[in-house]
Design a protein around this ligand. Sequence first.
Ligand code: GZL
Length: 311
Amino acid sequence: SSTNATGTEGATQTDKKITLGFAQVGAESGWRTANTKSIQDSAKAAGVDLKFSDAQQKQENQIKAIRSFIAQKVDVIAFSPVVESGWDTVLKEAKDAGIPVILTDRAVDSSDTSLYKSFLGSDFVEEGRRAGKWLLDEMKDHQGPVNIVELQGTTGSAPAIDRKKGFEEIIKNNPNLKIVKSQTGDFTRAKGKEVMEAFIKSAKAENTKMDVLYAHNDDMALGAIQALEEAGIKPGKDILIISMDGIKDAFQAMKDGKINLIVECNPLMGPQLMQIAQDVVAGKDVQKRILTNEGVFPQDTAEKELPNRQY
Ligand code: GZL
């Protein structure tokens, strides 16, 4: 224990209000806006002075924001890297300035792990495996080819790379399951709709059927559902839909029978981030890798789960 401002015995007071610079990816999806809200609300609750920037999904804007946090001499920096690579230089600048860095949500591919104190986020490969395992089970008695179309997340981002990796690792156990079309929808509804319109067009031209859509996030799945319905294709029936994140709109769509499986990805990591930031500034040891916990929701859970959704 230590003496605090009034000179009496007591637990160590973290009197110093820490300043956290957070460089957010953007506002591309429901998941992202929920993640931002969690960070902003928990900074307020924890009495952390938050400097927040939105990079509109551009790496150069995130790098600029990190440089400005260094120039402002914040106590700690956190960010969700929009793509995995190209961070070593700016992270070395933060390290040379003696400012600790925390990764949230997405990882970097730097081999020098001394460039950040902790990485708090989901295991995207496992999320991909969960999607694959459900489909493997769903198709275990299915005869003949199962044509899968895939809407990938942002090219080069950890979730896009790893969700694809985990899914393919599992579906290779059934040679009928094939990804016949795969393209990025950049995690947005608009792009998801646009790419699905192109998929529908080429499937018609080739006279091939699309049996399953694997969407790396709900926003792209919801955009694709619009395109499918406009083309007279019944989402969730004519084509099975697997989606990720677990935003309210997706649970509503699943309740309406338009999505068949949601693999949850939890954005509400604000409180954990504030705790890690305060511990890092206080010089305490923190876990290098902290996993967020999240579930898998098949269609029959939608009705019960929808009221519980916080984002
Ligand atoms: C995943 C996160 C992804 C979400 C998308 O942790 O990085 O980015 O799945 C968001 O909705 O755009």
